[in-house]
Design a protein around this ligand. Structure first.
Ligand code: ADP
Length: 398
């Protein structure tokens, strides 16, 4: 029997799941429950017999999970407690408490709940999924994998904000980073591709999706990450501003009378590419540029500029860079972004070959010319596989 892990990523109104065969790395089934708690819910389940869609109200995560089990039972593949090695759960914020995955028990649940002060939108939603899955599968080990854990290795110089120490300590204010599972998977895969142990290479990872983050990974260990206390800091994103002078907030409070919630909404949901160009989706932004839209063109320039700043900063911190890796929705699919974000860096040994770069990349692809000092690659991320592997590794250690 193969090693199978059900990976669950639970949001406030959604549950994403994937049944992973850890030995082959394949997804045996994927699915999505949406609009939990709303008038009409939606299910999508893709298994061995294709895609099944279902519309019915989903009162809460418990009933969503029950319907998912029914979909597995009716449309396959088999999903019994006996067929599962573990259930792996994605959790956004592990704070300084979790430097790696953890086997779920009531104490771990309580710690995740405590950390909700740092991630009020995410951790409680993640917990709802964990609780529903524990009810559904009480005999299967549940493992939580945190988005922040991979970055717990950051040196103090990188994670410390230059504010009052006592205040920072009291309120646990520091850089935690995010997308750690992806940065880890992608940097390890890059080492494998180069035929090296992760400890032998330095990598800059550019995870460019709707949310976007850069990291510097030295010898397999994360030493820099662009996201901070929350996933708001760093690169320009779909709807998030990324780096901004905090004084902009005081200024807007004073001159525009904006409240804390309005400012939160502005920077997290109405900024980034959406705020600059009118759309958060990079495909729309390119289409607008094609149609001569100046705002969209400037938005893209800001987007590239910020990435280049981080590449330069992380190059300086690492001293030597073996590879730069693009991943996630934009990193994997958007050749225009890839070539522009790294243009003009030849003196650093960084080059992108236009022909190799062209088009969407469904598999690992080198886009730098042969012999370039820094290997530039596209490596499609696979957070579910990484979560499944980490769950299995943790259980093997016990
Ligand atoms: P999330 O952070 O939500 O997981 P993804 O990694 O799935 O995001 O990335 C989603 C983004 O990827 C979309 O908003 C879109 O901007 C971008 N994207 C997806 N496909 C393409 C494409 N073919 N060309 C350019 N951008 C794309």
């Amino acid at each position: 029997m193969s090693t199978r892990v059900l990976v669950v990523n639970s949001g406030s109104s959604s549950i994403k799941y994937q049944l992973v065969d850890v030995d082959s790395g394949e997804a045996l089934a994927t699915g999505l429950v949406e609009r939990i708690g709303q008038e009409m819910g939606a299910f999508k389940h893709e298994g061995p017999n294709g895609v099944v869609k279902l519309e019915q109200p989903v009162a809460d995560h418990e009933s969503g999970m029950a319907t998912v089990l029914a979909l597995f039972a009716e449309h396959g593949p088999e999903l019994t407690a006996e067929s599962l090695s573990a259930i792996g759960h994605r959790v956004v914020q592990g704070g300084s408490v979790f430097a790696g995955p953890a086997l779920v028990d009531d104490e771990v649940e309580a710690k995740i709940e405590d950390l909700a002060t740092l991630a009020p939108l995410h951790n409680p939603a993640n917990l709802q999924g964990i609780r529903a899955a524990r009810h559904a599968f009480p005999t299967v080990p549940h493992v939580v994998v945190f988005d922040t854990s991979f970055h717990q290795t950051l040196p103090a110089a990188a994670y410390t904000y230059a504010i009052d120490r006592d205040l920072a300590e009291k309120y646990a204010i520091r850089r935690y980073g995010a997308h750690g599972t992806s940065h880890k998977y992608v940097s390890r895969t890059m080492a494998e591709i180069l035929g090296k142990d992760p400890s032998e290479i330095n990598v800059i990872v550019l995870h460019l999706g709707n949310g976007a983050s850069a990291s510097a990974v030295r010898g397999g260990v994360s030493v820099e990450v662009s996201m901070g206390l929350t996933p708001l800091e760093g690169l320009v994103m779909g709807t998030r501003s990324g780096d901004i002078d905090p004084a902009v907030l005081f200024h807007l409070q004073r001159v525009a009378g904006m409240s804390t919630d309005e400012l939160d909404d502005l920077l997290n949901r109405k900024s980034g590419m959406l705020g600059l160009s009118g759309s958060s989706d990079m495909r729309d932004v390119h289409a607008a540029v094609e149609a001569g839209d100046e705002k969209a063109r400037t938005a893209l320039e800001v987007y590239y500029h910020r990435i280049k700043n981080y590449v330069g900063a992380y190059y300086a911190q690492l001293g030597h860079v073996d590879a730069i890796v693009f991943t996630a929705g934009i990193g994997e699919n958007d050749d225009i972004v890839r070539i522009n974000a790294l243009s003009g860096l030849e003196r650093l040994g960084i080059q992108v070959d236009a022909e190799r770069n062209a088009g969407r990349k469904k598999a690992e692809t080198q886009i730098s010319p042969d012999g370039a000092e820094v290997a530039v690659w596209v490596v499609p991320t696979n957070e579910e596989l990484e979560i499944a592997r980490e769950a299995v590794e943790l259980l093997a250690q016990r």
